[in-house]
Design a protein around this ligand. Structure first.
Ligand SMILES: C[S@@+](CC[C@H](N)C(=O)[O-])C[C@H]1O[C@@H](n2cnc3c(N)ncnc32)[C@H](O)[C@@H]1O
Length: 444
């Protein structure tokens, strides 16, 4: 009998190299095993069958599997036992054997009959959190809230500030919910934040007042000088012992000059880390319902910076090849040069009636998108007042967006609303026209 009238004693186990026996190989075991492997435990599973995930781990040599039912004596040599079968009688037998051998046992099916309990656990940076409340759902909710607070910096990560160093963090396309968890955690530790124009501004608003925020968009010099200045700020603040987050729009290495900043830091002996971000090249089309690939339709996409137009001596883009390709084209910084780009693609072989979507302010409450055709998109975008930042998508995938929008608006999906973003205030520039037949109509 397990006495449940006493509060359990909380403890953390260093399991590296220690055997952990798991009785059962189903979904419950599959949820426990990854964390045990992460802790370095030597996992042995006794079960006639294994779930696919566990099977893959066994095949990869990450754990040992005895393909049979639990037998008395299996607990020998283990430091921890988890009874995870779907048979309470077997779990009770496993727990009794472990108890008799002086080994801690977690019964997954019956917390009240369990000597050891697994808390809902999580990690933010170097802080581990474990919650026991008696109700697994409640524990998981509290754990999530604590991890969220730690990650956002609302609860004490800045106490353990890093000294010196730079982190290049991808801020995502604009919606503050689309920065990575790691990026958010590093931001919460920053002494200095050097922010680009297109980063989620609300993330900056949340920073404590003692964090120095340098708005890189406001540096009043030419492009080259501004970059030099940014590099020197990163290096000087970091060498003064401050932890600098260089917050960049989208992903730092996608048309973001991130590598130049990494090189500048490394040349100055400053440790630098890069946290990838959700690039607007992918996220902005997704926010408008445009997939970049679709089985049977297109299996490639090309992401192009069109900040200099076709024909410009600084352009390294092979527009003729893009014109003859059937792949989806994703064009960034293209709104200014849409007419010449479209003409060049058509000259290269693209159908003038190729569907095109232009999405401005993607993922933001002000998101707008228009749908057009290659030979009319420059005019349509101008008439709709589309302004940067915008992503242009050329290709048949744009028709899939129309299908998605049509189904989303159908009575069967009633209040499905916007499946990509919760923001209520967003306007689709051409929403009255969305429908499956849109792209079959000739451009006006
Ligand atoms: C200098 S590039 C930086 C790209 C960024 N590193 C990324 O991975 O998304 C800036 C261009 O990205 C695109 N862009 C970035 N954020 C956007 C957004 N929220 N909506 C539409 N386009 C966006 C626009 O084409 C903009 O001109």
């Amino acid at each position: 009998m397990v006495a449940t009238d006493r509060a359990p004693y909380l403890l953390a186990l260093r399991l590296a190299g220690r055997r952990v026996l798991i009785a059962g190989g189903g979904a419950v075991a599959a949820r426990r095993v990854p964390a045990l492997l992460d802790a370095g435990a030597e996992v042995v599973i006794v079960s006639p069958e294994l779930s696919t995930v566990l099977h893959d781990l066994a095949a990869a040599g990450r754990l040992r599997w005895a393909a049979r039912g639990y037998a008395s004596g299996d607990c020998a040599g283990a430091w921890l036992v988890c009874a995870c079968t779907d048979d309470p009688v077997v779990n009770a037998a496993v727990a009794a054997d472990a108890d008799a051998a002086g080994i801690w046992c977690v019964r997954a099916d019956d917390a009240a009959a369990s000597r050891a309990l697994t808390p809902a656990s999580g990690q933010s940076g170097d802080v581990r959190v474990g919650v026991l409340s008696g109700d697994p759902r409640r524990s998981a909710g509290i754990r999530d809230a604590l991890i969220g607070a730690l990650t956002s910096g609302a609860v004490g990560t800045r106490r353990v500030r890093r000294r010196g160093g730079v982190a290049l963090v991808g801020g995502g396309p604009g919606d503050p919910g689309l920065i990575t968890v790691r990026g958010r955690a590093l931001l919460a530790e920053a002494d200095v934040v050097v922010a680009d124009r297109l980063v989620p501004r609300s993330l900056l608003a949340e920073l404590p007042p003692d964090v120095e925020v340098i708005d890189a968009a406001k540096i009043p010099r030419g492009r080259a000088m501004a970059q030099e200045y940014i590099n020197s700020v990163l290096v000087s603040r970091a060498t003064a012992g401050r932890f600098v987050v260089r917050l960049k729009g989208g992903d730092p290495f996608v048309f973001g000059r991130g590598a130049e900043e990494v090189l500048a830091c490394l040349r100055a002996g400053v440790p630098v880390t890069v946290v990838p971000g959700v690039s607007s090249a992918i996220a902005v089309p997704a926010a408008a319902g445009v997939p970049l690939t679709h089985r049977g339709l297109v299996q490639e996409f090309h992401v192009v910076s069109a900040h200099v137009p076709p024909g410009d001596s600084r352009s390294t883009v092979n527009w003729a090849a893009l014109g003859s390709s059937r792949g989806t084209l994703v064009l960034l910084m293209a709104t200014e040069h849409l007419a010449v780009i479209a003409a060049e693609l058509i000259r290269g072989g693209r159908d003038p009636k190729s569907p095109v979507s232009v999405i401005a302010d993607g993922t933001l409450p002000t998101q707008r998108d228009i749908t057009s055709q290659l030979d009319a998109v420059a005019r349509d975008a101008a008439e709709a007042g589309i302004r940067p930042p915008a992503v242009v998508v050329v290709g048949e995938v744009v028709t899939i967006a129309a299908q998605i929008a049509g189904l989303r608006g159908s009575p069967a999906n009633g209040a499905a609303g916007d499946m990509f973003l919760p923001d209520a205030g967003r306007v689709h520039g051409n929403s009255p026209e969305w429908g499956n037949d849109l792209l079959r109509r000739p451009a006006q």
